[in-house]
Ligand binder design. Structure first.
Ligand SMILES: NC(=O)c1ccc[n+]([C@@H]2O[C@H](COP(=O)([O-])OP(=O)(O)OC[C@H]3O[C@@H](n4cnc5c(N)ncnc54)[C@H](OP(=O)(O)O)[C@@H]3O)[C@@H](O)[C@H]2O)c1
Length: 368
């Protein structure tokens, strides 16, 4: 590492971004970081960044209030050119991860936002690598083994998130011929494998929470459906490693547990049953559940259970997946550096423990 490195990070305030910024600061003590952060009502981008950047590191982190969906990321022309001239590496992690955005809204952030960052990087003469954080779920509704070099193979998508992340990845691929870069595809990111700490209680956490609170135990899915999850500490160190690895340039890398490390819904459900001392989960064919049972329950249930039915719709497809992610490139590039995702069942209890200790994100604690 030399002191000329300036790493631009988008999405730094996000679940992955915060961990990634900490990793970059720790691993590259000479590097400078530029964070593109949106202002919020009543809180500047700088104030937001200060909440997670240790004060001793602030001198080498510069915050740029901006928005990837805007032309030139909302930066003024002079700042944009100056940053472009000095940037050596880019990690583009900013995205909307909501499943319920309209296609236009999701495209504005995920596709046009990516285009704006690619345009920025294309004008950076010192650029050594552009790391794009995609998602393994660009595979959409495929089943079977998904390879890292595959993108559009005629699959359909469950939501506008998957679709627009696939469109954005296609855009990145079209530029990688003329730009050094790497595409990184995490599966479902969960808390830290060593401490269980997470700032995000979406995805896997929501069904767990309603189960742990005895609000629901019917799974509209298949016990052998595959859940590929990866801890945020693994993803952050893999992104850092691959951002600095010349051998990775031009590759697409699944940051996933893969066929050997992932778990089935039933394995996870049983682990949750033991941990939360809950009832045996009940499986219902999802087609029957959504066509017949759910409409009936919606009429007869009220209050919290009805809200569970309503909110649970967003997660419906994640109980039915029979897709596995091949991790050949990840193994080739990361294993020699000692970076590999731990098997899901090895750290699940630590995730549960943090959920309980933090009251599902309501109480700030650090896991022991
Ligand atoms: N979480 C997962 O399970 C998962 C799995 C696979 C892939 N990924 C990918 O990993 C990346 C990070 O995800 P995450 O879980 O960290 O998401 P997150 O917690 O929702 O963070 C998203 C980040 O993007 C920023 N952002 C959104 N729209 C923006 C805009 N228009 N301009 C500038 N910044 C904007 C957000 O800024 P604000 O704080 O201002 O909103 C935030 O920093 C995404 O690309 C996602 O597709 C995530």
């Amino acid at each position: 590492m030399n002191s000329e490195e300036l790493i631009l990070v988008t999405g730094a305030t996000g679940f992955l971004g915060v961990q990634l910024v900490r990793e970059l600061l720790e691993r590259h003590p000479e590097a400078r970081l530029a964070l593109l952060v949106r202002d919020r009502v009543g809180q500047s981008g700088q104030e937001r960044a200060n909440s997670f950047i240790p004060s001793v590191e602030r001198a080498r982190v510069q915050v740029f209030p901006g928005d990837v969906s805007l032309s030139e990321c909302g930066l003024d022309a002079e700042t944009y050119r100056r940053l472009q001239t000095e940037t050596t590496r880019v990690v583009h992690s900013a995205a909307t991860v909501r499943f319920d955005h309209s296609l236009d809204e999701a495209r504005r952030i995920n596709v046009e936002g990516t285009r704006h960052i690619l345009d920025f990087a294309a004008g950076s003469r010192l650029l050594r690598s552009f790391a794009y954080v995609g998602t393994a779920y660009v595979a959409g509704e495929r089943s079977g083994l998904v390879r890292e070099d595959e993108l559009a193979v005629g699959q359909t998508y469950r939501n506008t998130y998957e679709q627009t992340k696939a469109e954005a990845e296609a855009l990145v691929r079209s530029r990688l011929g003329s730009m050094p870069g790497v595409i990184l595809r995490p599966s479902i990111i969960v808390g830290d494998s060593r401490t269980g700490v997470t700032s995000s209680f979406k995805m896997m956490y929501w069904p767990l929470k309603i189960y742990a609170r005895r609000l629901w135990r019917t799974v509209p899915g298949y016990p052998d459906a595959v859940l590929d999850i990866v801890p945020v500490d693994f993803v952050a160190s893999a992104v850092d490693r691959l951002l600095f690895d010349e051998a990775a340039l031009g590759s697409t890398v699944h940051l996933c547990a893969g066929p050997d490390g992932s778990a089935t819904i039933d394995q996870i459900a049983h682990r949750a049953m033991e941990y939360f001392n809950g009832p045996e989960p009940r499986y219902v064919d999802p087609r029957f559940f959504f066509a017949v049972l759910r409409p009936l329950l919606f009429i007869s249930l009220w209050g919290r259970k009805r809200r569970v039915l309503r909110d649970g719709r967003a997660y419906r497809d994640y109980f039915t997946m029979r897709m596995q992610f091949d991790t050949s490139n990840a193994g080739r590039l990361l294993k020699p550096a000692g970076i590999a995702p731990p098997p899901v069942l090895d750290y699940l209890d630590r995730l549960f423990h943090y959920c309980v200790a933090s009251e599902w994100g309501r109480k700030p604690v650090s896991a022991s």
